[in-house]
Ligand binder design. Sequence first.
Ligand code: PMP
Length: 427
Amino acid sequence: MTSRNAALFERAQQTIPGGVNSPVRAFRSVGGTPRFIDRAEGARVWDADGKAYIDYVGSWGPAITGHAHPAIVEAVREAALKGLSFGAPTEGEVEMAELLCEMLPSLEMVRLVSSGTEATMSAIRLARGFTGRDAIIKFEGCYHGHADSLLVKAGSGLLTFGNPSSGGVPEDFAKHTIVLDFNDLDQVEAVFKARGDQIAAIIVEPIAGNMNLIKPRAGFLEGLRRLCTQYGTVLIFDEVMTGFRVGPRGVQGLYGITPDLTTLGKVIGGGMPVGAFGGRRDIMEKIAPLGTVYQAGTLSGSPVAVAAGKVSLQLTREVGFYDRLAARTAQLVDGLKVAADDAGVGFSADAVGGMFGVYFSAAVPASFADVMASDREAFNRFFHAMLDAGHYFAPSAFEAGFVSAAHGEADIEATIAAARKVFAALG
Ligand code: PMP
């Protein structure tokens, strides 16, 4: 085992619960020692022992232009020299808001926050304040950050409200969240028929990225839009992961569906802590100080984070950016699939824009249940063998992967060649 990583993990566990500041980093799902990252550049990260990896996590999505892109680093440096935080409005925030509204036409107004969790939590509160209703619908396997009403799993029956999926979440909160199966429109219709007039919002990852990668079935998102319009329910697309990642206008642009509210994060900060929520003007005007729904943040719209975010977004607007990104990602998943097939390993893969899923199952999953039925043991062996060979995939069978614009054809070929050997050993 690499020595400094192990020593740091041991040391970290003395003062940080589990040794990490966000649970997936602890490698609990795959076992073994997490790599402590010392630095990153382009498509690569280096761990505390100086070992290099071609990185397919990309900070879980933000590093779409590659790590430490010189233009982003320079923007951060320039902004920092002018002061780190003022607690007062800045021109940079206005430019960032204008850019987001221009790039994502469903945003008539937008508010900046500091994380995806804050964005979804605030969007839910706003939807409740706007509709005067308490209940919300979410889907099993979709993750929307760790606000209380979103850490909820399915109840005992379709029409029952959910149970907390985390300690510390009161049943009284969870009971307002109905948890349904992603891609099952019949269930959503049944719930709306029974209590549509009580439902403030549907929140959905329109392409799910937190149960590996799962695309919506034809008609699913359209059906959600139709039901929300019919019942006066706020449709929230949580595009924290997919926004500016699957394409220039997120999933809403790919499928041509306009949500009422959208939540954003990751890419829009270029690696700095930024989130945002926005959408219909009549809804957004319900937020304080205009309206009665309270929402705030000392570091919201941080001048340094906004400087990084603006450059990150501008870089994605370069001609051909998404075509190149999608081509690289397709090259990866196609190559992995061929290599697995040649070795006779039950494996499938899928991709959209710069986001991908690899599954140890014969067919691409379409539901949470399908993903849960994939071969986790095989994934874990694949993960560790690839890590040893210098290819850093997400440390869980239930996470999506990310390619950046800094990944070259040769990087992808190197990963496929390494996977070929690993599949042969697994087959
Ligand atoms: N929504 C989605 C779809 C996410 O993927 C995440 C984080 N992975 C969040 C919300 C929460 O974002 P954050 O971790 O920045 O709070």
